[in-house]
Ligand binder design. Structure first.
Ligand code: GLU
Length: 445
């Protein structure tokens, strides 16, 4: 069977193809020569699967899509405080190249507008790094996000530098406020090289998937940046990534995103996928017209809005039933899915409201695929309190989803691989895997 996803992507491209509104960016002359008909879309999953349709291997310059990634590099290389001292995290609601800075501090509002991005470029690499080496650090860092070696398009870089008057004006203002402490022209040259790095839609989807995958590139397995850095970057992307269209985007699409004036657009959905589209015609905000339509469609077709309420918490407790009878009876709380705070809270509540009368209590994790850190601590605390209340507690965990479970002070837990093993005699084994238990009785007796 062929995967349905490339067909879905091809159909989505077909639907937006007839929209020829907007124009390729022309303030950088070299970008105006782009073929406006180019169109591609890619999904990259956090486990490295790539689905694409259309022009997904055509190279174009990354432009502003470099901004979140270089912000991530600056946070990694310098730490949060030094970066936050120079660049804020407030949406400016203004165009990307607006010459505006916070009135008191002179700080750029955020790292997604040019003033902030020029500053974060200057903060990549260790303090005092030679500007040329800094550009190399940036290109290497972007390459690590993409999982392949990237290079600069010299023609676009020269073309942009010849018309970089606004960015130079911004940089000189930043120098005036001591936000930049080097020659503004040198920083703008480095920033322009950063914007001229060539990528494909496939690369961009993988870069976004690295953010979606907590900073680890799904293909190379390399940890590019830490989880706190990813959280910071995705937060800023979701509030400031789409310039003055950020509010519309947040409500209609709801995926942390970043656009670039060469026609690229990325979205990163934490824990799920990285998405990239490419189409050079831009709307008045500087965002790709067809890219925005595609993202609107992806978000509504597949429920990808980050504020979409997950069903997981409600469904965590699959059943609460008793296996066996008399002194052999075991109270089994059967859990399922991925368990975070809300799911663990559901288990805590169940343990409190239906205080088990059976001596033996089992938490059955057979159908659980992940328990996050807070849920782990909460479940272990449930185990500890049940022990203190006089119960014998078992963890049914055949796949070691919760390795080394230590409930701490006064708690005790026995790990078994099925309910029948060491918890109840085999003839009274648990319900078959994958089938909901109807409750009550002893199967097969
Ligand atoms: N290099 C471009 C600039 O600074 C990037 C703008 C963009 O992609 O939005 O003007």
């Amino acid at each position: 069977m062929q995967s349905v996803i490339p067909d879905y992507l091809a159909e989505a491209l077909g639907d937006v193809e007839s929209d020829t509104s907007g124009e390729p960016a022309d303030y950088i002359p070299e970008l105006a020569t782009a073929d406006p008909e180019l169109l591609g879309a890619v999904f990259a999953t956090v486990d490295g699967e790539v689905y694409g349709a259309g022009d997904i291997d055509t190279e174009f310059t990354i432009q502003s899509i470099s901004k979140p990634f270089v912000y991530a590099l600056a946070l990694t290389d310098r730490g949060f405080d030094p970066v936050l001292a120079k660049v804020g995290v407030e949406p400016s609601g203004e165009a990307f190249n607006r010459i505006s800075l916070e009135s008191d501090t002179g700080r750029p509002f955020n790292p997604m507008i040019n003033a902030g991005a020029i500053t974060t470029h200057s903060l990549a690499g260790p303090a005092g790094m030679d500007p040329q080496e800094r550009v190399e650090r940036v290109v290497r860092g972007l390459s690590a996000f993409a999982g392949r070696g990237l290079r600069v398009d010299e023609r676009v870089c020269v073309s942009e530098m010849e018309h970089a008057h606004r960015n130079l004006a911004i940089a000189y203002m930043l120098r005036g406020y001591d936000i930049l402490i080097e020659d503004p022209r040198v920083v703008v040259e480095g920033y322009t090289r950063q914007c001229s790095v060539l990528v494909t839609a496939r690369d961009l989807a993988m870069m976004a998937a690295t953010l979606a995958h907590r900073g680890v590139n799904p293909l190379s397995g390399e940890r590019v940046v830490s989880e706190p850095v990813v959280r910071q970057v995705l937060s800023v992307m979701s509030t400031c990534g789409m310039y003055d269209a950020a509010g519309d985007w947040a409500t209609q699409v709801g995926i942390p995103a970043k656009s670039g004036v060469a026609g690229g657009l990325i979205g990163a959905l934490p824990g799920q996928i990285g998405i990239a589209t490419f189409s050079p015609r831009l709307d008045p905000h500087g965002n790709s017209v067809r890219g925005v339509s595609l993202f609107e469609r992806f978000s509504s077709d597949m429920g990808l809005h980050v504020m979409e309420v997950p069903a997981a918490a409600r469904a965590t407790l699959r059943s609460n039933h008793v296996v066996g009878s008399g002194p052999d009876a075991v109270r089994v709380l059967q859990l399922q899915g991925g368990i975070g705070f809300a799911g663990a809270e559901r288990v805590v509540r169940e343990a409190v409201t239906t205080a088990p009368t059976e001596t033996r209590v089992a938490l059955d994790l057979t159908m659980v695929y992940v328990v996050d850190d807070v849920a782990r601590r909460m479940l272990l605390e449930v185990v500890r309190r049940l022990t203190l209340d006089g119960h014998q507690v078992y963890l049914v965990d055949p796949d070691a989803i919760m390795p080394d479970p230590d409930p701490g002070d006064g708690g005790r837990v026995t790990v078994v691989s099925e309910v029948g093993q060491g918890v109840v005699p085999p003839r009274e084994a648990a319900p078959r895997r994958g089938r909901p238990e109807e409750g009550g009785g002893v199967p097969g007796s």
